[in-house]
Design a protein around this ligand. Sequence first.
Ligand code: TYD
Length: 361
Amino acid sequence: MKCSRSKSKIKDEQKNSHNLVVLDFIGSHVVRLFVTKYPDYQIFNLDALTYAGNLENLKDIEDASNYTFIKEDINDAAVLKELFLQHKFDSVIHLAAESHVDRSITDPLSFVKTNIIGTMNLLNAAKDLWKDNYENKLFYHISTDEVYGTLGETGFFNEETAYDPNSPYSASKAGSDHFVRAYGETYGLPYIITNCSNNYGPNQFPEKLIPLFIHNIVQNKALPVYGDGNYTRDWLYVEDHAIAIDLAFHKSEVKNTYNIGGFNEWKNLELVKLLCTVMDKKLNRENGSSQKLITFIKDRPGHDKRYAIDATRINKELGWKPSVTFEEGLEKTVDWYLSNEEWLRNVTSGKYQEYYEEQYR
Ligand code: TYD
């Protein structure tokens, strides 16, 4: 049975509520949105800071009176239990994940640890604190469209599509989704799950396609396109994802799932060509010069051909749709990276170099 949360009631009762957001790149945008839009909420941001630069992502709000940063790891069950007891969180928005497919191919176990065991630790801490009274509590788990596997030339993933993950990354996210659902069924834990398509935007670590290629174009380095470049992804600007999360957090029924997507499919090679054109303009380079950096390399093993999201449900039920076009979002993203060269330099020093050599040797 679906138990619905009263919308007007929630607003009142969530005043002064303690909301834990567990971070990654998308999480930093969610934290900023919640801290600025809901001054009555106490937002606790938990991050292990495994990736360089995460704290810098939130410099603009670090002094806000409703914001607290906690440097801890979701892999530490005892610490989580303690934190939940201490701060009495009313809700959790869980965005912490190892999320890069290529890294999951070289080190699958670390994905099991963070994505599955880490999620279990959060679930256990929430359940133990809330189990006597689940009213107005919420465990919001953020997931990916990659749990659905791959599509052919046509069709879309919707909320009823069967899970069929192909990479260690997507298998670990699928596992975590299943555990969240299982805690709902077994222990009555109020949860929602949203599965989103590829995000892009400011602050994304330059291991993913768009920030990596922006970084390489600036440096006149090769743009390593896997296979023939005819793989298709649906791209969503990260701030639009944060808006969708805000809506789902406040308005979704519990035990519910929404797919979130950009209605914006691109073949990798076409996307890279568009990015090259934007970059040539921004860097005052001759049109076509960045495209010369495109280099086709050996395909990623188990590479999913196409992802495409049917986001009709969240559109119809919560009135959400993307607010920026891909061209607008890409331009904002490029502008951000070009005016935050220090951030880029910081996150690409040290361990990043080792990763890059290993991955693209
Ligand atoms: P990515 O940003 O890693 O996201 P995901 O694998 O989760 O979709 O990759 C997006 C697409 O770009 C994917 O089809 C793989 C491709 N890609 C490349 O061709 N070269 C690269 O160096 C990277 C990082 C990705």
